[in-house]
Design a binder for this molecule. Structure first.
Ligand code: ZN
Ligand code: ZN
Length: 360
């Protein structure tokens, strides 16, 4: 095992640099993963620009939480079922197991909740060569799931968790605001029998992909700015049974509430800044009986279930993967994702030295 590795360190907002750092040392109950791919999440951009105050306070550290790789080192108390070279994904959630929420099975609300690659300097993050995780967080990847698909497991768990919370009934209408992970949300609710699936976005190419994967209707707000009116038109003036917000802005949350039918459910997924406020009329909850549900991430069995959906080909995120860049280009790729409308999901790999472009 090498003693040092390359790691991108987010030193402060707007500044990420490649460093040579010690390979994380594992405890007896941990494993070391040699990273093959790590997807760039929209929230990584938020972390990069210092959008989330609590995360900015933790810098410097290596971020990147959508990683997959192979087992490189195994702690002394790890069961023999885990072997060197196993292809794995990891539940990134670290919970105490004993607080009020953990004991009620609400690990995402744990009072000391942290996520690997978001809040943990000691583990390293996905934008490096190695990362350490507790062995209990490891999920083996079946042979029929590709490495690219495996790099999509973490975002898929988050979408799956939202789908579970929303508990959409068959033949219900849904409007999904956002055409990044919104496309995966659309694919999941289509699996649950949603009809119609409406995807709202601002990117023609992504909306075309949404059409191919899951959408019955797409609304491009660059051509049709009044998405609320358009959803009402499609639903005969009633509004959508469910609306899922996957952008993370107060404006789109306000629109979400307006396009939701009376008695409908808003599933909140997009993360706003701490100081963002939306104005929503409380009568929406009372006289119109609109409901709000929220979900922030995947945890625990969301991992096993996401893997099952990939393994049995119920969902395939491969068309969303636009490009793979070498570790050296992480910061450039973060910026390119904001500027190049052709990019949907970009993976970072420490194992390549030239970018691989998959979109055309
Ligand atoms: Zn993410
Ligand atoms: Zn806890």
């Amino acid at each position: 095992m090498p003693k040092t590795m390359r790691a991108q360190i987010l030193e402060k907002p707007y500044r990420m640099a490649l460093h040579e750092v010690p390979v994380p040392e594992i405890a007896p109950d941990e494993v070391l993963i040699k990273i093959r791919y790590c997807g760039i999440c929209g929230s990584d951009w938020g972390a990069y620009i210092g959008k989330y105050a609590d995360e900015a306070a933790l810098l410097p550290l290596t971020i990147g939480h959508e990683f997959m790789g192979t087992i490189a080192e195994i702690g002394s108390s790890v069961p023999k079922t885990i072997s060197q070279g196993d292809r794995v994904s990891a539940d990134i959630c670290l919970t105490c197991g004993t607080c009020y929420h953990c004991r009620r099975g609400e690990g995402l609300l744990c009072s000391t909740f942290r996520q690997i690659g978001i809040h943990t300097a000691e583990t390293s993050g996905g934008y490096s060569e190695y990362i350490k995780v507790p062995w209990k967080n490891i999920y083996k990847i079946p042979d029929s799931v590709s490495d690219y698909q495996a790099a999509f497991i973490e975002p898929l768990t988050a979408c799956l968790h939202a789908a579970r919370n929303m508990n959409l009934k068959m033949a219900s209408s849904i409007a999904v605001i956002g055409c990044g992970l919104g496309i995966i949300h659309g694919a999941l609710v289509k699996l649950r029998g949603a009809a119609p699936v409406i995807i709202v976005g601002d990117n023609a190419k992504r909306l075309q992909t949404a059409k191919e994967i899951c959408a019955d209707y797409t609304i491009n707000i660059k051509e049709t700015p009044d998405a609320v009116a358009e959803v009402l038109r499609i639903t005969d003036g009633i509004g959508a049974d469910y609306v899922l917000e996957a952008v993370g802005s107060s404006k789109t949350y306000e629109q979400a509430f307006k396009m939701l039918r009376k008695g409908g459910t808003l599933e909140s997924f997009g993360i706003c800044s701490d100081d963002d406020f939306a104005s929503i009329r409380p009568v929406s909850w009372v006289l119109e009986e609109k409901k709000v549900s929220g979900s922030c991430a995947g945890i625990g069995n969301d991992w096993g279930d996401a893997i099952a959906l990939l393994q049995y080909k119920r969902i395939d995120p491969t068309p969303l993967i636009s490009m793979i860049v070498p570790l050296e280009e992480t910061e450039i790729a973060l910026k390119e994702l904001r500027e190049n409308p052709d990019l949907v999901k970009v993976l970072v790999s420490p194992e390549i030295d030239k970018r691989i472009i998959l979109y055309n």
